[in-house]
Each structure stands twice: as structure tokens, then as C-alpha cells.
Design a protein around this ligand. Structure first.
Ligand SMILES: Cc1cc2nc3c(=O)[nH]c(=O)nc-3n(C[C@H](O)[C@H](O)[C@H](O)COP(=O)(O)OP(=O)(O)OC[C@H]3O[C@@H](n4cnc5c(N)ncnc54)[C@H](O)[C@@H]3O)c2cc1C
Length: 360
């Protein structure tokens, strides 16, 4: 049994803590966030696990890593004490008449990056069978069947509960701007009453909060709106082609939807701007008129932690490791990359799948 300190309790910190506890290790968490995780990017995320549609706009490797996560998510969620809303009905991609050029570009990229088994083109009749309310507005769609989404906030809550019952101590702290051996030691003494020498490794999971220590880490602002739309009954995640950024609409239980997201190179964490709010809401209304009577539950903004290649990285530090750079792909990549992180900590390097992205 080893003992680890995890700094940061967003998506990566709490999932890694849970996997390490499952592997019978002791874990301490130090985080400036609350137990709900409201200070993390993963809290406002749409939580799509979308390997194919994300690969189209980035890199084929996104699909490879994402496919591994797609296998792992149902297995991991089955280990939790309650069912989490995890839907693997797939993603539908649509475009309005004025955005057909975007759709054509997207289709060409799909042909180039993916295999023909990864998607189907649906005409209006097929679309009406698949997602009837979407066929009221669109004549054509692309269906990516191997994609999923989950209720991230339920996952966050459940992980916090489960960690409270495992070998885990969770301590709220002030922001730790720079993780040096000295700062870790003095924070441990202050918050836990003992020095950091007891840890086999300290793992930095601060996301955007690690920018002072990671020269090439940048923030990419994303804005989302959550709505309650009793008249709309989508089963699929829906992506709407848009000339400025890819828009999506992701269902949650009880006719709630997450609509997002802007992609703005900025570390601005201030509330959603009027421009983004108007763009997002008019896109929503254009997908189905039932959204006109929807109620706005929340408008939120946060920043995605990103590295130059927009891929995640595990790297060594003086006191252990850091794991960061999940960008738009925290949910898409976390099971795959966290499995690698656990294998590295266990010294089981033969099990590491994506070592080309690590600096260990
Ligand atoms: C609008 C939006 C939509 C998204 N949609 C998706 C999606 O559909 N699918 C997908 O795969 N990904 C999505 N993402 C990306 C995903 O949310 C991130 O990749 C993921 O949350 C990164 O996880 P993380 O743990 O590294 O960072 P975070 O989730 O931000 O967690 C960092 C944690 O560290 C804590 N912390 C920060 N600084 C300090 C400090 N100095 N001291 C102590 N603690 C600190 C924070 O409070 C937080 O709890 C989205 C992101 C955004 C913003």
C-alpha cells in the first residue's frame, strides 16, 4: 500500500484519487475547490465522450485514446454505488441551409480521418426514425453511433461521497500557486499536521491552476448554457455546424440540456458575454422551436487547460508527477490517461498505452 498526495480535485484529481483508492492505496487530496467541484472546468463541461467527432476537428490519435475511454467508462461507472446517467446513443451532426459549406468541410474531414464504419449519413426519413424532433428542422444528418455523454455533476457528487468512505483524506486549502517541495511540505504540515515525506508521490492535478509551474500551459475559455426544455426529447447529443465554433447540445436527465461551447483563447473566467449568450441561445432556438419556452437554469464560463499540441501530458516533477493539458477532452481522455497514470505509479510500464505523450 502506498500513500499519495493529489493537489486539485476537479475531474482528473477526483477520478485519479478514486482509482488509486480502488487499487488499495492511501490518498490525501488538497484542493482549493469545494466538494461539489464548482471551481473546476469539469463541473461546467458538457461531458461528451465523442472520439470520432472530436478527431475530425483535431487529430486521429484523439479517436484512438477516446475509444479506449469509451470502453472503460461503462466498466468504471459500474463500480460506483449508484447508476450514473451515461448514454451511448451517439451524436447527430446537422447544419442549417446557410451553413452547408461547413457541413461539406466537416464531411470531407470525416472521410479523410475516420473509417466509413464510424458514421452514417441519414436522409430525412432515417433522421425522423432516429431523432424525430430534429427531422422537423433538418433534412440531412451524420450519425456517429459510437459516442456517449454522461451526467458529470452526478459523477462528481458520487466520487466525493465514495472517496469519503475510502482511504482518503480531503482537505480544502488556499490556492497553491507553485508546487515546489518546500510549498508542498509546508502546506501538508499546515493542513494535515505532518510533512510531505510520508508520500510516495505528489500528483499535481490543478488544471489551469498549474500555469505558474507549466510554461506551455494555456487557458481556453468556454461558455455554456443549461436549460430545462420540457417540450424537447432528444436522445442523442446534437452538434450544429457553425462558422465560428462547433456548437453542441447535450441531454441531461429530466429534459435538461447543456448547450455549448465557445472556444476563446483567453484565461478570462468572467461570466458569459452578451455576444456568446445571444449566439448560443439563437442556435438553440434554431435547432427546435420547443426550446423557445425552455427555462435558462444557468450560464457559466470556465477555462480548459491546454498545452501546445492540445493533447494531455504526464510529466515528472521533483516530488512526483503532474497530469494536465486535457483541453476539450477531459471526459474523452480521462479513463485512458488515468489508467496510464496508475500503471506508471505502480511501476507497471508494460501497461502504459500512450507513452508518446508523456515525459516520465
Ligand atoms: C465549457 C466546457 C465544456 C467542456 N466539455 C467537455 C466535453 O464535452 N467533453 C470532454 O471530454 N471535456 C470537456 N471539457 C473539458 C474538461 O472539462 C477538462 O478537460 C477537464 O475538466 C480538465 O480536468 P482537470 O482536472 O485537469 O481540471 P479541472 O477540472 O479544472 O480541475 C482542476 C482542479 O484543481 C483545483 N485547483 C486549481 N488551482 C489550484 C491551486 N492553485 N491550488 C489548489 N487547487 C487548485 C480547481 O479548483 C479544480 O478543482 C469542457 C470544458 C469546458 C470549460
Amino acid at each position: 500500500m502506498k500513500r499519495y498526495l493529489i493537489v486539485g480535485s476537479g475531474l482528473i484529481g477526483r477520478l485519479l484519487a478514486w482509482r488509486l483508492c480502488r487499487a488499495d492505496h492511501y490518498v490525501d487530496i488538497l484542493s482549493s475547490d469545494d466538494l461539489q467541484g464548482t471551481g473546476s472546468a469539469g463541473y461546467i463541461a458538457a461531458a461528451m465522450v465523442a472520439p470520432a467527432t472530436e478527431a475530425i476537428t483535431s487529430d486521429a490519435m484523439v479517436q484512438t485514446i477516446g475509444n479506449k475511454s469509451l470502453q472503460l467508462w461503462p466498466q468504471w461507472l459500474a463500480e460506483l454505488p449508484e447508476p450514473i446517467f451515461y448514454q451511448n446513443n451517439g451524436t447527430l451532426v446537422v447544419a442549417h441551409a446557410g451553413d452547408q459549406a461547413e457541413m461539406a468541410r466537416f464531411t470531407r474531414r470525416a472521410e479523410h480521418v475516420l473509417s466509413t464504419d464510424d458514421y452514417k449519413v441519414l436522409d430525412k426519413v432515417n433522421l425522423a426514425e432516429c431523432e424525430p424532433q430534429l427531422a422537423e428542422q433538418f433534412d440531412l444528418a451524420m450519425l456517429f453511433e459510437q459516442e456517449a455523454y454522461l451526467d458529470n455533476r452526478h459523477l462528481y457528487r458520487l466520487l466525493a461521497q465514495v472517496l469519503a468512505t475510502e482511504h482518503c483524506r480531503w482537505q480544502h486549502c488556499d490556492d497553491i500557486e507553485s508546487l515546489t517541495c518546500e510549498s508542498i511540505d509546508s502546506n501538508c504540515r499546515h493542513y494535515f499536521g505532518y510533512g510531505s515525506a510520508i508520500y510516495d508521490a505528489v500528483i499535481d492535478c490543478r488544471g489551469n491552476g498549474a500555469r505558474q509551474d507549466i510554461g506551455d500551459l494555456r487557458s481556453v475559455r468556454g461558455e455554456v448554457i443549461r436549460v430545462h426544455a420540457p417540450e424537447v426529447h432528444f436522445k442523442h447529443a446534437v452538434r450544429l455546424m457553425h462558422p465560428r465554433y462547433p456548437l453542441y447540445l447535450v441531454p441531461r436527465p429530466n429534459n435538461e440540456y447543456v448547450l455549448g461551447a465557445t472556444v476563446i483563447e483567453s484565461d478570462d473566467m468572467s461570466p458569459v458575454s452578451i455576444r456568446s449568450g445571444l449566439e448560443l441561445m439563437s442556435a438553440l432556438y434554431s435547432v427546435h422551436k420547443g426550446f423557445s419556452e425552455a427555462r435558462i437554469l444557468e450560464m457559466s464560463a470556465h477555462c480548459r487547460p491546454a498545452l501546445l499540441n492540445n493533447m494531455p501530458r504526464i510529466s515528472r516533477t521533483e516530488s512526483g508527477f503532474r497530469i494536465n493539458g486535457f483541453y476539450r477532452h477531459g471526459y474523452l481522455f480521462s479513463p485512458a490517461i488515468i489508467s496510464d497514470m496508475v500503471a506508471i505509479l505502480e511501476g507497471d510500464t508494460g501497461q502504459v498505452c500512450f507513452g508518446e505523450y508523456y515525459d516520465v
